[in-house]
Write a protein that binds this ligand. Structure first.
Ligand code: FCB
Length: 448
């Protein structure tokens, strides 16, 4: 193996990730119901350029071609999400058989290609009828989610044994219900905190259901995005601001998942807005998981700002830092730091990097090649950071690049491209980018 190719332990999973609304399209196909992202993207002014996921990368119809591309890259695993409104169009009750059939075909295709499916149950596409009934802010959503988890895992549990309950509780709660930049576009801290509590409860309620249906070899986990906070200066005030950032972004979710309950400093800060915790809730949220999935993109540099409620902090750009087309600082060592922290401080049985990747301005050169050296460097440096974490004793099982394909980047629409594979949205033509070819070499070199 060449010296600049990092070598990973045998069995290390090299994957790529996507989510249903971002790639599938087929919005009205085969009985799929409406989701909050259909509603949000069709509301003028919500998504860049008025883009919607109606067609996206048309993966719903092109999944076989996409599996062939995964195979060409040599992925050993593929993380995808299941669209709740395809399975239970009204959010509860009636099951849409055609929706289940789609994931059946996808899973069979993956297994035939020797690719391990990692299925995520919730990657943000809540059925709109549930939103109309109160959405994640209404505690009854927990039962609806558990029923949906049961339906899906009964059908796929004989073949899928890696399950993820929810993707990124922080984004669901705070981007969806505090800043309002994502669906359903609510702006209210108390609501966001209630949502967070119900998302965590739904996760905890679904874990035993998934285990029971997927059998003893199955592994069930959750995926959180974490953004470490660095103090902008050495002052006491800025250090405390960084602590608050950490409480807001990271500890509010990871602490209760790991059985520590909600962090008391943040409960005090939120005061009467902190969610109502019923007896048994914290035990349910802390139902042991088989793995914890970390999505990591960047860090935050923050200072104290008493004029910026509710957290009293402000984020800063780092002078001279390299950043991606999202404006996110490239800071690979943050990945190592978080992995080491998750292992040492929280003791999860196993960890995965369930998303890591970057958007840059890609173009197809006249010779048909997409040259994306910045993405390649980003992935190389983050894989190296993951490797360093393993050297420090972290039980890291695998690494998933975000994303397999260019796709609908939420409020940014199709303007931001994260894929290892370029998608020409006019023709749906796919082209493996140079970063994808590089990833293929890494996987190949590690398969010997
Ligand atoms: C994460 C999301 C994923 C994608 C990346 C860029 O927060 O899980 O769907 O949008 O960011």
């Amino acid at each position: 193996m060449e010296s600049d190719v990092p070598s990973f332990p045998p069995g290390f999973v090299f994957g790529a990730a996507t989510s249903a609304y971002q790639i599938e399209g087929g919005a009205a196909a085969d009985g799929r119901g409406e989701s909050i992202w259909d509603r949000f993207s069709h509301t003028p002014g919500r998504v860049h350029g008025g883009d919607t996921g109606d067609v996206a990368a048309d993966h719903y119809h092109r999944y076989a071609e996409d599996i062939a591309l995964m195979r060409e890259i040599g992925l050993t695993a593929y993380r995808f999400s299941i669209a709740w409104p395809r399975i239970v169009p009204d959010g509860r009750g009636r099951v849409n058989a055609a929706g289940l059939d789609f994931y059946d075909r996808l899973v069979d295709g993956l297994l035939a290609a020797g690719i391990t499916p990692f299925a995520t149950l919730y990657h943000w596409d809540l059925p709109q009828p549930l939103q109309d009934a109160g959405g994640w802010a209404d505690r009854r959503v927990v039962d609806a989610f558990t029923d949906y988890a049961d339906v899906v895992s009964r059908r796929l549990g004989d073949r899928v044994d890696r399950w993820i309950t929810v993707n990124e509780p922080w984004c669901i709660s705070f981007l969806g219900h505090l800043t309002g930049e994502q669906a359903p576009g609510v702006r209210d801290l108390g609501t966001a905190l209630r949502v967070a509590h119900h998302v965590l409860l739904a996760h905890g309620a679904a874990v035993p259901v998934l285990r029971a249906n997927a059998g003893p070899t199955s592994q069930v986990g959750i995926v959180c995005n974490m953004t470490p906070g660095a103090a902008a200066s050495d002052t006491e005030a800025d250090r405390r601001a960084a602590e608050r950032w950490d409480g807001f972004f990271n500890r509010w979710f990871v602490d209760p998942l790991a059985g520590r309950g909600y962090p008391s400093d943040m409960v005090a800060l939120y005061g009467p807005l902190a969610p109502a915790v019923e007896p048994g809730d914290l035990e349910r949220i802390a139902t042991p998981v088989d793995f914890f999935g970390l999505n990591y993109y960047f860090r935050a540099v923050v200072s104290d700002d008493p004029d910026a409620p509710p957290l009293g902090l402000r984020s800063h750009e780092v002078p001279g830092a390299t950043s991606t087309a999202m404006g996110w600082e490239v800071y690979p060592d943050g990945l190592r730091e978080l992995l080491v922290r998750l292992h040492r401080d929280y003791g999860f049985a196993a960890l995965y990097v369930t998303e890591s990747g970057a958007a840059f301005e890609d173009r197809v050169d006249p010779d048909g090649i997409v040259r994306d050296p910045e993405r390649l460097a980003y992935l190389r440096d983050h894989l190296a950071a993951a490797r360093r974490a393993i050297d420090e004793g972290v039980p890291l099982g695998g690494f998933f690049v975000w994303s397999l394909l260019d796709n609908f980047e939420w409020a940014h629409g199709y303007a931001k491209r994260f894929g290892l594979i370029h998608v020409d949205y006019a023709t749906q033509e796919r082209r493996i980018k140079e970063s994808g070819r590089w990833y293929a070499e890494i996987i190949h070199a590690n398969s010997r």
